[in-house]
Design a protein. Structure first.
Length: 493
């Protein structure tokens, strides 16, 4: 009786090879020819047993391409565990004596079949030979070994065929995937010679397939970008580093469009590069929009600076008309100037010739305190962690440190030629901590009895705008201030 579960697994394994009803192949025909020659049999078959028939992938001396399974001798081969199944005289065996193989045109009497078995133990069929005369002695030992060896070769061919088919299908799927991507996809050999582009590349460029293989790709770039692109690519080929560059690529319309090119090396088990895979992404519209936004931002920044200048001029004009407000006007202008410096710092592109420096807190403080540096190189020091900030933090901090510096110039460390200020920046858990420490200035008897407007403004800036705390301590050596600002307040989300 057939084991249903094992039979289902066996049929699934056979189906996985996708071999049934395929066209003849010379490699299999060569094996049946050798089997017939070695055993001296007029018939040799590669028989694969399906659910209801046995189908012959290759046949020598046998015209039919299949027979019903219920008359198949190979059915008996796959049902037993021995690698070789032999019937010396089929006419003397009641299982086959009345069957069409014995009584039909073939007049078969002798049968020998070597099982075709997968590495998982599933028997798919047999490599078999038939003779018109009985062979009581069966096959000689060399013939048995040869037939079993040829059966293993059949399985090797089936495995190889399955692997090639799987790879072909996999390659077809990958090509379909690559062709469906919005990016242009390409690959090169380890030396950088291009050997594949997806459909999107040819759709974008309009060039004939294969025309940009090898070194032909570089001619697709804008003449001004070619040397730069080649130099960057050559460096990546030499170092194995990822490739990333923006260049102008010729569109099929004749227009050069900005494109982002990227590539990554694929390495083998030994670490050697076996292939490069890359993409080209059309960023022309985004780049044009970004340039427009940058231009707009520069214009807005310029107008804001002009507003600062106008306000400062109005304050100065008012101070001349109302001399009694001179001190107030001076302080107000100082605060406006500090806000302007903070704006320039977090918007460096607004200032002509400004560098692409990062917006770090230490840099902002050095900018704000630079007017008080004097001739002593160590008069002002800013130490600590590199903390990035944006304009929503820079504005209130500019007001706070402007007030601290102004008060230090009036009453504290900056009012004495030997006075010094040290600013320490650090992070603690979920907060930014900034310490302002004045030393070597005038001796301080204690805290002032009246808090000025500037000090009140500084405290409000920290506590209201930034959600932090500002603490002052008056020591005999000078003022010490500690700002504690939640980390979540440092940058926009």
């Amino acid at each position: 009786m057939i084991d249903v579960l094992n039979e289902r697994r066996r049929l699934d394994a056979l189906e996985g090879y996708r071999i049934i009803d395929t066209e003849p192949e010379q490699t299999f025909d060569d094996i049946t020819a050798i089997a017939a020659h070695i055993t001296g049999a007029p018939v040799a078959l590669i028989s694969l047993v399906t659910e209801d028939r046995q189908w012959f992938k290759s046949a020598v001396g046998f015209d039919a391409t299949e027979t019903p399974r219920d008359i198949s001798v190979c059915t008996h081969v796959i049902a037993q565990d021995e690698p070789l199944y032999v019937v010396p005289d089929m006419a003397a065996d009641p299982r086959f004596a009345d069957g069409p193989l014995v009584n039909g045109p073939e007049k078969a009497r002798f049968y020998a079949g070597a099982v075709l078995k997968t590495s998982d133990g599933d028997a798919l069929g047999a490599l078999c030979v038939l003779d018109t005369r009985p062979r009581p002695e069966g096959l000689s030992e060399p013939e048995q070994k040869a037939l079993k060896s040829l059966a293993r070769q059949v399985m090797s061919l089936l495995e190889l065929r399955q692997m090639v088919a799987w790879r072909s299908e996999r390659e077809r799927q990958l090509r379909t995937l690559a062709d469906s991507m919005p990016q242009m996809v390409w690959s090169t050999l380890p030396d950088g010679n291009h050997d594949y582009y997806n459909a999107r590349w040819y759709e974008f460029t309009g060039v004939p397939p294969g025309s940009t293989d090898g070194e032909g790709w570089n001619g697709m770039f804008h003449p001004e970008d070619q040397a730069r692109a080649r130099a960057e690519w050559s460096n990546c080929l030499k170092t194995g580093e990822p490739y990333e560059i923006e260049y102008r690529l010729r569109h099929h319309s004749g227009e050069y469009r900005w494109t982002l090119g990227r590539a990554q090396a694929m390495r083998g088990p030994d670490g050697e590069i076996v292939r490069w895979f890359g993409t080209c992404t059309d960023i022309h519209d985004q780049k044009r929009l970004s340039d427009q936004e940058s231009l707009l931002s520069r214009e807005l920044s310029h107008r804001i600076k002009n507003i600062f200048s106008v306000i400062s001029g109005l304050v100065a004009l008012s101070a001349r008309r109302f001399p009694e407000a001179k001190d107030f006007a001076r302080d107000l202008r100082g605060r406006i100037v500090s806000l302007g410096r903070a704006h320039d710092f977090v918007r460096p592109y607004a200032a002509a010739g400004a560098s692409s420096r990062p917006n770090l807190l230490a840099g902002l403080l050095e900018e704000l305190l630079s007017p008080y540096q004097g001739e002593a190189a160590d008069r002002i020091t800013v130490n600590g962690d590199a903390i990035a900030i944006d304009d929503q933090v820079a504005t209130p901090l500019a007001l706070v440190f402007h007030e601290l510096a102004t008060n230090a110039a009036k009453y504290g460390a900056f009012s004495d030629p030997d006075g010094k200020v040290c600013v320490n920046i650090r992070t603690d858990a979920d907060a930014l901590i900034i310490d302002w420490i004045e030393t070597d200035g005038p001796k301080i008897a204690g805290a002032p009895t009246i808090e000025g407007f500037g000090s009140t403004l500084a405290k409000l800036s920290v506590e209201t705008q930034l959600g932090g705390r500002l603490e002052r301590r008056w020591t005999g050596d000078g003022l010490q201030v500690t700002l504690s600002i939640p980390s979540k307040s440092l940058n926009r989300r």
